[in-house]
Design a protein around this ligand. Structure first.
Ligand SMILES: C[S@@+](CC[C@H](N)C(=O)[O-])C[C@H]1O[C@@H](n2cnc3c(N)ncnc32)[C@H](O)[C@@H]1O
Length: 267
């Protein structure tokens, strides 16, 4: 598993919330509000790869209430942090589990499955197996912030394209689920869901970063540079030159990182 620090998840959260397509999120909540279930009057939402609870916070800001939140993550430290932050105010069931063991995920009775910043890490096999399981129960799926492989920097640098291509190759490496779909995840997910009879809506949710996101931009630039190496056709001097240029332009430039949000509703 790739590991994600609380600091990094906190750092990206404001940009993620701003980027999230509010119309799709509202449609997900509307659908959840209309779902009727006399056996389970509280709606059950299962957040996969929940981290410290970013989806809970985002959907609560957008009006989610009266939900049972099942937070699933392999990293116990992140789940403990989610409980520390929200355990007193929300109904939370935490599950430390490997998402790869799909048959054992706590999806029973779930009205909707959510994920954020997760689907670009997973493989086609994972998506197929997840959809096999949820489509049998006509469970909705809402996956936000799936990286789409695009990044536009201002000011431009001659190596931007080469760096992006190298980074996107790295995004397809195994992140704990088999070869990752990376930038192809939204297309794959959409097709797989439509094949199983879901009505799928997608919307762009780009990060729009400027000087006031300096800390996030610094981490992003360092992260990109650390992820790629000479295997991808960039030598150390080129990478250092690109990184220094990017860092020195944080305060007078901007960066747009493309993502898509996906909402799939059963017919
Ligand atoms: C990019 S983070 C996103 C966290 C959170 N959804 C957010 O938006 O802040 C990906 C999350 O997936 C979790 N994860 C990665 N691989 C996993 C696996 N095999 N099983 C369960 N969780 C996993 C990580 O621990 C991390 O919390």
């Amino acid at each position: 598993m790739s590991s994600f620090s609380i600091t990094w998840l906190d750092l990206r959260e404001n940009a993620d919330f701003a980027a999230r397509d509010k119309s799709l999120a509202t449609q997900a909540l509307d659908w959840l509000g209309q779902a009727t279930d006399p056996i389970s009057p509280d709606r059950i939402i299962v957040d996969l790869g929940a981290g410290t609870g970013a989806t809970l916070r985002a959907l609560t800001k957008l009006g989610a209430n009266n939900l049972v939140w099942r937070l699933v993550d392999l990293d116990g430290k992140l789940l403990d942090e989610a409980l520390r932050r929200h355990g007193k105010n929300y109904l939370i069931e935490d599950y430390q589990a490997d998402l790869n063991v799909i048959g054992e995920l706590p999806l029973t009775g779930a009205h909707i499955i959510t994920a954020s910043a997760l689907m670009d890490l997973v493989s086609a096999e994972f998506i197929d197996a997840l959809i096999d399981r949820i489509s049998a129960h006509k469970t909705a799926l809402y996956c936000a912030l799936n990286y789409d492989g695009t990044t536009q920097w201002i000011p431009a640098h001659p190596l931007d394209e080469k760096v992006l291509s190298a980074f996107n190759q790295d995004q397809r490496k195994d992140k704990g689920f088999g070869p990752a779909l990376g930038p192809d995840c939204t297309e794959y997910l959409t097709q797989a869901l439509e094949n199983r009879g879901y009505t799928v809506s997608i919307a762009q949710s780009p990060w729009q970063l400027m000087a006031n996101d300096a800390q996030l931009l610094t981490e992003l630039i360092n992260g990109i540079a650390a992820a790629i190496d000479e295997d991808y056709g960039l030598n150390t001097n080129e990478l250092t030159e690109w990184k220094n240029f990017r860092i020195s332009n944080i305060n007078n430039g901007s960066c747009v990182v493309g993502h898509f949000d996906v909402l799939a509703l059963p017919r």
